[in-house]
Structures are given as C-alpha cells and as structure tokens.
Design a protein. Structure first.
Length: 133
C-alpha cells in the first residue's frame, strides 16, 4: 500500500489464491478512489501458472473465472464492472470470444475496448475496472 502525504491511502492491494498471480512487478488488483482495477488476466491455472485450454472459448472461460475470483475478493460481482479491455491474439477470434464473454454480463454491458496483440500461446487477456460497492 502506498501512502500519500497526509496519510491518505492512494491504493490498496486486492489478492486471491483463486486467480493467477502473474509473474511481473504488479498486483492482481488494486483499489483506489472507489474503484477496483484488475490487472490483465489470462487463462492461467492459479496453482501451476499453466495455460488452460487451446481454443478461444476455453481460454476466455478460464480468464473470466480468474477475473470473477478477483472481483469476489474485493466484494464485487460482474455487475460492478464499468470498463473492460480485451486483447485477442487474433481479431478473427472476436465472434467466438464474444460468445463466451457475453455470458458473464447483463445489459447494460460495461464499456469495452478490444484489440489484437502478440500474446504467445495465450489467445486472450482481459483487464477490468469495477466500481466498489
């Protein structure tokens, strides 16, 4: 946790063993200013770090499960999500990705940005901003 001058918390870490930790110098998620910011999550097994699934549908499901565990650790649900950023390894996977993605949200859907980027063997990475309850 970082402290601003005057003792006001800038951000607090949110962590869970039920989601992938990643391997970089970042937190699974942080809260700040009434919002939860979840770092990019992929289809990684929380215990082994291994990629789960070879198809976009499997990887999207695993990624969203990791995200839901982090949301739950912050006492949030998918209803609290206001912004989603999606990176697909190939935009030709978009429709298949959407088939799984839309099962996690109800109307009104969160704002979303989706683009392609080099992800190696990972087909999808998603980060989230949610309003804290």
């Amino acid at each position: 946790m970082k402290i601003k001058d005057g003792g006001v918390k800038m951000r607090e870490v949110v962590e869970t063993l039920n989601a992938s930790k990643g391997d970089g110098p970042y937190s699974q998620a942080v809260t700040s200013g009434g919002f939860l910011y979840i770092s990019g999550q992929g289809p990684l097994d929380p215990q082994t770090g291994e990629i789960l699934g070879t198809e976009i549908e499997e990887q999207t499901l695993s990624t969203m499960k990791n995200i839901l565990h982090i949301l739950n650790a912050a006492h949030c649900t998918s209803d609290h999500v206001v912004k989603v950023t999606v990176i697909l390894s190939d935009m030709r996977l978009f429709e298949r990705f959407n088939t799984i993605y839309k099962t996690f949200f109800e109307y009104p859907y969160p704002a979303r940005t989706c683009f392609s980027g080099g992800l190696g063997d990972i087909l999808v990475e998603i980060d989230i901003i949610a309003q804290l309850p």
